[in-house]
Design a binder for this molecule. Sequence first.
Ligand code: PHE
Length: 444
Amino acid sequence: MSSTSNSAWSSRLGFILASASSAIGLGAIWKFPFWAGTNGGAAFIIPFLIFTFTIGVVLVMAECALGRAGRGSAVHALKSIGGPAFAIIGGLAVLNAYIILTYYSVIGGWCISYLFDSVMGNVIHSDPKVLTANFNNLVSDGPLSVFFMFLFLTATCGVVALGVEKGIEMVAKYLMPLLFVLMILIIIRSMMMPGAWEGMQFLFSFNWEQVTTQSILNAMGFTFFSLSLGAGILLTYGSYLSNHTDIPSSSVWVAFLSTQAALLAGVMIIPAAFAFGMDPAAGPGLVFITIPVIFEHMPAGAFLAMAFYICLFIAAITSSVSLLEVVVAYLIKEWHMHRRSATILCWGTLFILSSIQALSFGPLSDIKISGMPLFDFSDYVCSNIFMPLGGLCIAALAGWKAWPTMKQQLMMPQAHSALYMGWIRLTISVLAPALVLVVLFSGI
Ligand code: PHE
């Protein structure tokens, strides 16, 4: 998917898979379960689903449509369609992708560490306390977590430097389905554990009292994060779309696959956490602690654990590659750098910043911004402020200033009913901006 070559997706399926593999990443599998756990289960999931299938899906359409019409980096696409002011929004999206990478690489590093451990047969254990201690040791050991972050970052940069044309599309095609199959297997096992049903009730029974401004803001932030919105990804991927691909139906597929992955991950982790007496609100360690206990109770558990961490790593790297591709595409297009040197520049600077993020769980844990550790603060600002803000500007552009372009793109290659187009227009021009504004302001 090199942005400099005149790439095009091999087919509509290729585009859907690549966009879904950017969307399905640590957000769905790592973040969603503990986010749902800490934000009141259904009180978070229901707003998340509503946001996804109203404003989320229409923003996916808008980013792809503007990307296909603008054909270039995120900055170039927005500038050519919206004028110089929108170049700033493109720049913000690139910056956003860059900041996300600084902390995404740290969790990617944890995945590599668990992958190694699972290959050595050291990952599964029946005692959640031991697993919690193992996880805490990893994240608080500065040099160790910097080392694994470095491996993850280097792998991401390696793929982007080589160009990701066939590699990522092929990997997504075979390993994403495997991830789904594994998740379903784990779900079947975890549902058979006594106490699991309570977890299902916790996840899906809705309680108004748990709906807070914060849980709604978090649900919106998560919608943006999980659909990879507002960070220039779909503007870039959209630019490789052929004119024969129908954007509305492809976007619905991307949103559907990404929410399925998140829901499956929630059902995989939360009931098991209840069954083993673990706290569903335990936070970032949830997936790394619960999964090894479930596998301990399964035949061929050590092998399945390895397969699971391979899939998790793949899900993480396909998303981090998409993030880095946005930054590198920008450096190539706007700063006329070579792909290799652009990637090396990102590698070096990201290594420094990601090290600080990695250390924020250990030696630098006392540093707080607005009362949050650096890691949480960066995620909060990117997911809950920058991405929605980017989405707001894209909605304004696609729904108002550039609606004729947007409409033309959505009607290519096939026309859609006036009712459907009317719904899209209403959502993109009124509903999306209004919802984002209300939630953003109430959050501030
Ligand atoms: N959607 C990815 C995930 O869920 C994260 C991401 C955000 C990727 C923004 C690209 C852009 O893990």
